[in-house]
Every structure is written in C-alpha cells, then in structure tokens.
Design a protein around this ligand. Structure first.
Ligand SMILES: [Zn+2]
Length: 365
C-alpha cells in the first residue's frame, strides 16, 4: 500500500514537470508578472488635482485635424493646455495656428522646429533664423529641438553636427531675444550605450527596440552628447532651455541639482521618466521641494490612460503601485505626496512663466 502511494506522488510530480507549469525553474522575464500581495491604501488619480499644462506632447495633424477629439481626452485628465512640440515650420505653423484660433484658442500652444537640411551652405544660419522669426510671428511660442541633432543631423559635407555646433548659435541667441523657450531633447537613457546583458536596466527596451542601441561610435559616447548640450546652456545664458526628460539625469538627481545650480536659464520636464522619480520618493520629494520653480509637467507619448501614473506619483503617498511600461521600469512606484503649492507650480505656474501667450484665466491663483 505504502509503495503504491509513493509511486503515485512521483508520477504527479513528473507530469507537472513535463507540462512545464508551476514546477518550471525557468521563465521569460517578460512573462514574470507576480500579483502583489501587499495590502496598503490605494488612491487611483484619473484626473489631476489642478488644471495642468503638458509641455511635452506631439500631434502631427494639428494643421488640419479635428481638435475636438483631443480636447475631450484633455478635459477628462484636467489638461487645460497642450503644448504640441511638433509644429514644424512655415505653412504648417500658419495652418496649425489658424486651426487652434478658430476652434480652441486657449487650449493649444505650438512650438516650431528647425529644418537642418543644408546646414553648412552659405547663408543657412540667416535663412533659418529668419524662418524662425516668421514662425513666431505666425503663432509659434517656442522651439523644439529633437534628438536627431547630435545623433543623425549631418552638414552639407556629411559630417555629424554636434549639438553645440557654432553654426547654430544664432538660433539659440534669437530664441533669447524673442523670449521663447527652447525645449531640447539630446541623447537617450545612458543604458542604451551600456552592454546589453543581465545587468542592464533597459535590457528589455533594447531587445524589443533594437534600433535604440547606441555605442561609443554610434554616433559618439553618451557623455559627449550631454556635454555638448550643457555647453549651449552655458554659452547662452539669456535663453531659457527646457531640458527634456530631466536631461536624462532623473536617476541622478544630485547631478541634476548641480546643473540647475550652475545654470539659472535651465528648467526641466519629466516626460517619460516618471518611473525614475517614483522609485526614489524621498530623494525626488527633496528635489521637487528645492527646485519647485524649475520643473514642468511633460509626458511625451500621447496615451491618455498613462497620465494617471504621473498624477499618482506626484500627488499621493501610495506605495508599491504599478507602472505602465515594463521596458521602462520593471520596478514599482511610490508617491511623492507633493504639497498643493508645489503641485501648482509643476502643473501650470512654471509653464505660465516660461511659455508665452498662455491664457492665465483658467488657472487658480
Ligand atoms: Zn518628445
């Protein structure tokens, strides 16, 4: 009798191993998704506590599109103003400004972009500065520089154009004169330059998006790009720069603090890096307290359902709650529980100060 029992148990164990379920020791990283057993208070925040300005958004059909769909989603989030960084230049700005003015004059701001083609040719800088001035007259309220500057922009002789190329100086200077901010995205997370192995925090992002992989010669080391960016900040103290994605120092706030201390013309926005802040609530709260006048709300990718993670990190004291993209963060979030005074600055007051022509009417004092 006893012998039969032992044999039955062994058979069950063997069958389970064959079917590869609970007893398996190996599992894909993507598949592992444990349900937390932690029981703590939860405060889902589908709508921001105060009306807010998203300074980092991309919409490509603004010249001709029906803006009412966007506005409906914005209203549900309490987003009063969306800053569309993908305004282009020339006719695109004219048409976008007209569409906004006709339908929702208080809800959208458009930034212009630079056409880098032809850089190095005679008169390129003058022509480009003139176009930017025209774009601002036509309704642009800022300049957005994409990460292609530093990565892939080449001059007329095929050479990489560094972010601090002197041929671009007249542009930065002109933005200071026009009193429009430059929102600039340079480089990418440092992990994209590191070995793609079990120690890399962005391993999953790199294997699922292989074209994001960078290297010392693809095109240059991370530090080189970041230094190029910081040099234009230093060289143009009369121009306000918004360093996109916390300047890729959201994971080293002490370093970012020293940069902000040195450069009063620089502010930051946290598009796509809220997961870095949500994993260090103590350090991040100190940073937001000290630099409460230097931080703007940005999100980047337009996915309305993802904003609630941002609101929850900023507003609540919740613990160990999920983030929405495993390839950005396989860790969980903690709320910073910022005060109302700080929230108001981050949600709208700082943007109202820095970006021209936003109607202050809808925002609390
Ligand atoms: Zn962006």
């Amino acid at each position: 009798m006893k012998i039969v029992f032992v044999l039955t148990v062994a058979l069950i164990g063997y069958t389970a191993a064959l079917s590869g379920q609970a007893s398996s020791r190996n599992m894909d990283f993507e598949k592992y998704d444990p349900v937390s057993t932690l029981v703590v208070p939860e405060h889902i925040v589908p709508r921001a506590k105060f009306p807010f300005i998203d300074v980092h958004n991309h919409q490509w059909d603004m010249p001709g599109g029906d803006l009412s769909v966007l506005v409906r989603d914005m209203d549900s989030l309490n987003m009063t103003v969306m800053v569309n960084l993908s305004g282009g230049s020339g006719d695109n700005i004219v048409r976008a400004a007209r569409n906004i003015k006709t339908h929702y004059p208080q809800r959208f701001i458009v930034f212009a972009n630079i056409e880098f083609k032809g850089i190095g040719e005679n008169g390129w800088s003058e022509k480009t500065v003139n176009q930017l001035e025209q774009d601002v007259r036509n309704g642009a309220n800022g300049l957005k520089i994409f990460k292609n500057l530093g990565f892939s922009v080449k001059d007329n002789e095929g050479r990489r154009v560094p972010v601090d190329d002197p041929r671009l100086d007249p542009i930065w200077k002109k933005c200071g004169e026009l009193k429009i901010p430059v929102l600039i995205h340079t480089a990418d997370p440092k992990s994209f330059w590191d070995e793609v192995d079990e120690h890399n925090e962005r391993w999953m992002e790199i294997v699922t998006h292989p074209n994001r992989k960078r290297g010392a010669d693809n095109p240059v080391p991370w530090e080189t790009l970041i230094e190029e960016q910081h040099r234009i900040f230093r060289k143009h103290p009369g121009t306000t720069f918004i360093a996109a994605h916390f300047g890729w120092y959201a994971n080293d706030l002490a370093k970012l603090a020293s940069l902000l201390d040195e450069l009063p013309n620089v502010v930051v926005e946290f598009g796509a890096v809220i997961a870095e802040l949500g994993r260090q609530p103590q350090m991040a709260r100190q940073f937001f307290t000290k630099y409460q006048d230097r931080i703007l709300f940005g999100k980047d990718s337009w996915a309305p359902e993802e904003y609630k993670t941002y609101f929850r990190v900023l507003e609540t004291a919740d613990e160990y709650f999920p983030y929405h993209k495993k390839y950005h963060a396989f860790w969980r979030m903690y709320g910073l529980s910022l005060t109302d005074d700080i929230l108001k600055k981050v949600y709208y007051k700082n943007a109202l100060r820095i970006i021209p022509n936003i109607d202050k009417g809808p925002f609390p004092k």
